[in-house]
Structures are given as structure tokens and as C-alpha cells.
Ligand binder design. Structure first.
Ligand code: PRP
Length: 182
């Protein structure tokens, strides 16, 4: 029988480390935005669904949630192209916006989002990113960062491999045998 956690090599960030860091990030964000009214958290689907929910739970400032879904063509012929699959429900004009992402890899997605959302004239835009691949520290718009992680295939806590392993409470390196037939 296939067990739930059979396809990982090693845990990179434990559940406890994630939860501790999420609390710290929420505390900093709450402090930075104190007195600025309600902020809009924009969770980027699907990857950030857990992070957005956990972070929101620890915020002590008024906020509401919206979501966007994007599709990236980063590994295909149209390198770096991003497309909006699901847009925000509400207008962000003159709102303080915080984009919530699970991972920055090439940086294409967050750069695209930043550019697109800026044209809608919010009062401000910042980004809160749980993980960034080490060695790929491209110049991106990251205001709050959870962890730097190795440049390997990661799964769990929102991150998937062909839609699998998204709901693991920790972040792990995917087993090589899962995606390479030696
Ligand atoms: C992942 C992740 C980020 C993006 C980061 O999304 O959630 O949005 O890739 O990569 P980049 O920095 O190279 O642009 P993905 O397209 O896999 O969709 P998903 O969140 O629905 O799994």
C-alpha cells in the first residue's frame, strides 16, 4: 500500500519551523501595517493556500483575503511568460496590498504580479514569500521572506509534484526516483 509520505528524500523545513516562522512574519507584518487600516492579502493559488491561511490567522491588524491563480510557462518554449487564470474579486485601488507566495524560483511570477497589480494603483504593494531557492537570488520584489532553501525539487506545505504532496505540513525534497527513471 502506498503511504502518504513515501516520496521524499529529506525534510528541509519542519512543521514546527514553518509554524514558528509564520508567527514571526505575522508579528512583523502586523507591526509594519499598524494604524494603516485594512490590508488586502492576495494569496497566489494554488501553492500559497496553506501559507495564506496560517499567516492570516496570526495577523493582529484588520485584513481581508482575495486570491489569484496564475499559470506559468517558465519551463516551456515561451520562457518566463505568465498568464492570469483567476483574477481578484475586488478592486485594489488605494488599498494596501500584500502578495502571499509559497515560493520564488525564477522570480517570473512575482515580477509579473507586481507589475500587473501596480497598474491598478493600490496605495502600496509588498510581498511575503515563504521560500526562495538559494543561488537564484534574482532581483525580485521580496519584502518578507520565510526561508532560503536549496535549489532542489521541493514539495509540501502548498508545493506540489504533479498535484501530489501539496497538503503535507512540512517542506521536503522530492525523491529523485519520483521524477527520473534511472
Ligand atoms: C509555483 C509557485 C509560484 C511560482 C514560482 O506556481 O507557487 O507561484 O511557481 O516560480 P517562479 O518564481 O519561477 O515564477 P505553479 O506555477 O507551480 O502553480 P501552483 O502554485 O498552482 O502549483
Amino acid at each position: 500500500m502506498e503511504t502518504l509520505y513515501h516520496e521524499f528524500e529529506r525534510i528541509l523545513v519542519t512543521e514546527e519551523q514553518i509554524q514558528e516562522r509564520v508567527k514571526q512574519l505575522a508579528a512583523r507584518i502586523s507591526e509594519d501595517y499598524a494604524g494603516m487600516g485594512s490590508i488586502v492579502l492576495i494569496g497566489i493559488l494554488k501553492g500559497s493556500f496553506m501559507f495564506t491561511a496560517d499567516l492570516a490567522r496570526h495577523l493582529t491588524i484588520p485584513h481581508y483575503i482575495d486570491f489569484m491563480a496564475l499559470s506559468s510557462y517558465g519551463h516551456s518554449a515561451v520562457s518566463g511568460a505568465v498568464r492570469i487564470l483567476l483574477d481578484l474579486r475586488a478592486d485594489i485601488y488605494k488599498k494596501h496590498v500584500l502578495i502571499i507566495e509559497d515560493i520564488v524560483d525564477s522570480g517570473n511570477t512575482i515580477d509579473y504580479l507586481y507589475t500587473v497589480l501596480k497598474t491598478r494603483k493600490p496605495a502600496s504593494i509588498k510581498t511575503c514569500v515563504l521560500t526562495q531557492k538559494e543561488g537564484k537570488a534574482v532581483e525580485t520584489h521580496i519584502d518578507y521572506l520565510g526561508f532560503k532553501i536549496p535549489d532542489v525539487w521541493v514539495v509540501g506545505y502548498g508545493l506540489d509534484f504533479a498535484e501530489r504532496h501539496r497538503t503535507w505540513p512540512f517542506i521536503a525534497e522530492l525523491k529523485r526516483s519520483a521524477y527520473i527513471q534511472d
